[in-house]
Design a protein around this ligand. Structure first.
Ligand code: FPP
Length: 242
């Protein structure tokens, strides 16, 4: 499927990587094995997105609600994140990947926080693609922290003076384009408190495929679906054609 040459490529893809637990359970393995398998595919996906011209790829790795999972699953996910930073960061950096984490990182173990900050610093000038990992992230949290951030930055202003553009500058994604394509694997059809503000006009793509099986062929299917849609941003079709 040749998508590379003539299809409209989204600038910003966001993915809810769902189905790791089910993938493992179907094979009579612990859910954590599914997360490990799910993490293994990330590097190839990032590289493929960069090759295709996607500029931002945001992955939902850990939500504010995921803390409620069994303790061993939470610690496995934290461990995978540390391992990932340790093992893959060198290769990703060489490939021109800029790495960024969004979310309430202060809630993570200190070792993980240090690694996150080091990886962000190490890759800050890279330009091929920005890999954004949403960790301890919730869309509602992001909007509230943005309002607080705006008020801190503008103590002399009243909240009635807050504009959408100003609020966007205080979201954790400040400076990034909004999401063009939001993919969710694993068969559920909801946004689950992901990038609520940033995905306001995103095209949504849901697939039954479980995250550990979401390979480059599946990515291309999503891109083809995206390219076939007409994005109207509230206008009518004739206005968009002009
Ligand atoms: C949802 O599957 C997935 C998660 C909660 C975690 C996703 C994390 C990774 C793939 C690993 C770390 C990522 C990086 C970027 C290093 P689920 O457990 O809800 O699956 P289920 O719906 O089948 O139970």
């Amino acid at each position: 499927m040749p998508v590379d040459s003539f299809f409209t490529i989204p600038q910003h893809i966001a993915i809810i990587m769902d189905g790791n637990g089910r993938w493992a359970q179907k094979r009579h393995m612990p859910r954590t094995v599914g997360h490990a398998k799910g993490a293994m595919g990330v590097k190839a996906l990032v590289e493929q997105c960069a090759t295709l011209g996607v500029k931002y790829l945001t992955l939902f790795a850990f939500s504010t609600e995921n803390w409620r999972r069994p303790e061993d699953e939470v610690s496995t996910l934290m461990g995978l994140f540390v391992q990932y930073l340790e093992k893959e960061m060198g290769a990703l950096a060489t490939a021109g990947v800029r790495f960024k984490v969004i979310g309430d990182v202060a809630g993570f173990p200190p070792e993980l926080q240090t690694r996150i900050h080091a990886a962000e610093k190490f890759t800050e000038h890279n330009q091929a693609i920005t890999l954004v990992v949403a960790a301890n992230y919730g869309g509602q949290w992001d909007i509230v922290q943005a309002v607080k951030g705006w008020q801190m930055a503008n103590p002399e202003l009243n909240v009635n003076q807050l504009t959408q553009a100003q609020l966007a500058q205080h979201l954790s994604t400040a400076g990034m384009p909004d999401v063009d394509l939001l993919i969710r694997t694993g068969g559920e059809q909801r946004i689950s408190n992901f990038l609520l503000w940033q995905a306001a006009y995103a095209e949504l793509y849901f697939t039954e495929v479980l995250w550990p099986e979401f390979d480059l062929i599946e990515l291309k299917k999503a891109l083809i679906s995206y390219a076939r849609r007409m994005r109207r941003f509230g206008l009518i079709a004739e206005q968009v054609d002009k």
